[in-house]
Write a protein that binds this ligand. Structure first.
Ligand SMILES: [Ca+2]
Ligand SMILES: [Ca+2]
Length: 171
């Protein structure tokens, strides 16, 4: 009889441990969801690069960084999901990429990392001159269906108004 009671007690203890383990697993899942990246696609009004960056900060976010295939695919998926490209043939969208600090040395202002992802549109970046003394130092992700430009990078004048994307930096 004593042995049976002991066995029952052990079974009860084990089930408590199991519940504890399961709830720990659940906590990890909840935390995972909490840490998922979220985006804001600014496609209703255009801002210059500096203002777009500030606008993202007011939302607790940062101008989007695209520095590998995974980040690019996440951004494209979000744009496609928004339905934007169903009604528009063209998109120039600010990213955090820029060579403001040193000509030709591109960095991502949101993360501080060097922009190493080779995703430039043909003949870009070209640091083109605008208005005699303005050059191109800020990077857009561009899409232009008639020319089959399919989400590639182009340096553009930072003072020009474009759409933009913000993101949280949790990965
Ligand atoms: Ca430049
Ligand atoms: Ca350019």
């Amino acid at each position: 009889m004593e042995t049976k009671r002991l066995a029952n007690l052990v079974a009860i203890l084990l089930s408590f441990l199991a519940v504890g383990f399961i709830s720990t697993q659940k906590d990890i899942n909840t935390f995972g969801i909490f840490r998922e990246k979220s985006y804001y696609f600014g496609n209703t009004f255009k801002l210059n690069w500096y203002k777009a960056s500030e606008y993202c900060r007011t939302r607790g976010m940062f101008l989007v960084t695209i520095n590998n295939d995974e980040q690019l695919n996440g951004v494209i998926e979000y744009i496609e999901k928004s339905g934007y490209t169903k009604t528009h043939d063209i998109l120039h969208m600010w990213t955090s990429g820029n060579d403001l600090g040193e000509e030709g040395q591109f960095f991502c202002s949101s993360t501080g990392e060097r922009l190493t992802f080779d995703r430039w549109t043909k003949n870009e970046p070209n640091n083109a001159m605008h208005d005699n003394c303005t050059y191109e130092h800020c990077v857009v992700l561009e899409y232009f269906r008639p020319w089959s430009i399919n989400y590639t990078f182009d340096d553009r004048p930072c003072g020009a108004n474009n759409f933009f994307m913000c993101e949280t930096l949790y990965d």
